[in-house]
Design a protein around this ligand. Structure first.
Ligand SMILES: NC(=O)c1ccc[n+]([C@@H]2O[C@H](COP(=O)([O-])OP(=O)(O)OC[C@H]3O[C@@H](n4cnc5c(N)ncnc54)[C@H](O)[C@@H]3O)[C@@H](O)[C@H]2O)c1
Length: 435
């Protein structure tokens, strides 16, 4: 079965990544190694997961690629922007995520990925001081330069389509402002007036991508495309957006574990999450204004899974706290501790402890691949606006907060949304209710 409304994935798919750090080089190296048959893309839904289609006697379980037309790993061409001039090979070595034996076989390909000059403002990430940065008259000019980069990349490589993925550092928190971020004309006026307090560099990348017809994915917790003006631009250009913040370690566990408590009608009085992390991401997040963006994102998970209004006896008084501590010896190998205070019959307290020794970029890389392939698919299927079916991959799923929409954070409900969207785009019936 195929859906005639979804265009085929012909030609090459360009993936332009903002940031050429630990996550993006781990992603690129893994894709290059996998297409040589030297590594497996473990953790990737698009490469491994099977979805049931049809019912009863007609049911079968198919890989995504057998339901919808997906770009192949061989079709991907990478490019990147970064504040630092190191190429993808040097950056992969510096990141110390992968062993040299897993990088060397694709060294030549990685060497060719030299970062384009970044659209950057040091006030948005004080701990960074690279000089591979665009000189810009104002934010409008910054955006125009990014558009030119995208056009040049298309011309030079001959790629058919481009997806832009933000895997750069977390910017300082930009709270959505009704006078700037709610209407597209206001946003454009602020860019032209060089309102540097309200227009982050990431907004310039996103605006440029959408204007060039490229889906945009926000992998950090930045509010970039999580504002009504960008939803409007996405609707007008008919180009999809997704965000925000890759759901990798602790929040993945949280959104998968909290449903156990909710399903058994146990109570919760507190959830304390803390981490130690020593990579450049950790360094940037050590700055309070940058951590604030992450904190807002991480804190949003529990309240829509354990809903106080539905069960006031059980969830009306949850103390939820999240901390990230910069600790260089651990580099990318983050350690997260969760202490969960729950209560049972007659209110008797109990505790659960979770200790996750993870590898941040190893968890994030398959998400980058899946988000890029599925956003490219969504675009070819004629979808635009916020792609809620991708919430499964995101810590703080975008939702329309102007009409009090509640985001879905429950991991298994998100999985259902993902499967249903794939079924629909494949011309099958979406058949699992989300309760
Ligand atoms: N790894 C995970 O598990 C995970 C989970 C959720 C979100 N994230 C987010 O993903 C992002 C990337 O993480 P990482 O570990 O690769 O960090 P990193 O510090 O290794 O890489 C980020 C890169 O972005 C560059 N950069 C910063 N601002 C830029 C700009 N305006 N334009 C171009 N480049 C810019 C930096 O120079 C740096 O090289 C971070 O925002 C992080 O919070 C990561």
């Amino acid at each position: 079965m195929s859906n005639p409304n979804v265009k085929p994935a012909t030609g090459k798919l360009g993936i332009m990544v903002v940031g050429l750090g630990a996550v993006s080089t781990t992603f690129m190296t893994g894709v290059m190694m996998a297409r040589k048959g030297l590594a497996k893309p473990v953790g990737s839904m698009t490469q491994y997961d099977k979805i049931r289609v049809g019912r009863g006697e007609n049911k079968k379980y198919l890989h995504y690629k057998d339901i919808v037309p997906l770009a192949k790993l061989d079709d991907i061409v990478f490019a990147a922007w970064d504040v630092y001039p190191a190429n993808a090979y040097e950056s992969a070595i510096n990141a110390e995520v992968l062993k040299e034996k897993d990088i060397e076989p694709v060294k030549d390909e990685l060497l060719k990925i030299k970062p384009l000059k970044a659209a950057f403002d040091k006030n948005y990430a004080k701990r960074l001081d690279g000089d591979n940065v665009k000189q810009c008259k104002d934010r409008w000019d910054m955006m125009e330069q990014v558009r030119e980069d995208i056009r040049n990349f298309k011309k030079e490589t001959g790629v058919d389509r481009v997806v832009v993925l933000w895997a750069a550092s977390t910017e300082i928190y930009v709270a959505p402002d009704k006078n700037v971020h709610y209407k597209l004309d206001q946003l454009e006026a602020a860019m032209k007036a060089n309102d540097v307090d309200h227009i982050s560099p990431s907004m310039c990348y996103a605006y440029a991508a959408l204007k060039e017809g490229c889906p945009f994915i926000m992998g950090a917790p930045n509010t970039t495309v999580d504002i009504p003006a960008m939803w409007q631009l996405s609707d007008e250009t008919k180009v999809p957006i997704a965000g925000k913040d890759f759901k990798t370690g602790q929040t993945l566990v949280k959104s998968g574990f909290a449903p156990i408590i909710g399903a058994r009608m146990l109570g919760m009085s507190g959830w304390f999450s803390t981490n130690i992390l020593g990579n450049r991401d950790g360094l940037v997040l050590d700055e309070p204004a940058n951590f604030r963006t992450k904190e807002v994102s991480k804190l949003s998970t529990l309240e829509s899974i354990l809903v106080a209004e539905d069960q006031p006896d059980l969830y009306s008084d949850i103390f939820h706290k999240v901390r990230i501590n910069y600790y260089p010896p651990r580099n990318d190998n983050k350690e997260g501790w969760d202490n969960i205070d729950i209560f049972g019959w007659m209110g008797y307290p109990m505790q659960i402890k979770i200790n996750f020794l993870c590898r941040d970029s190893i968890l994030a890389a398959p998400l980058c691949l899946d988000l890029c392939l599925l956003m490219d698919l969504a675009h070819r299927a004629g979808r635009y606006g916020t792609q809620r079916f991708l919430s499964f991959f995101l810590k703080s799923p975008q939702h329309d907060y102007t009409v009090d929409e509640v985001p879905v954070n429950h991991l298994f409900q998100q999985h259902t949304m993902l499967k249903n969207a794939i079924r629909e785009m494949g011309g099958y019936e979406a058949d699992e209710e989300i309760d």
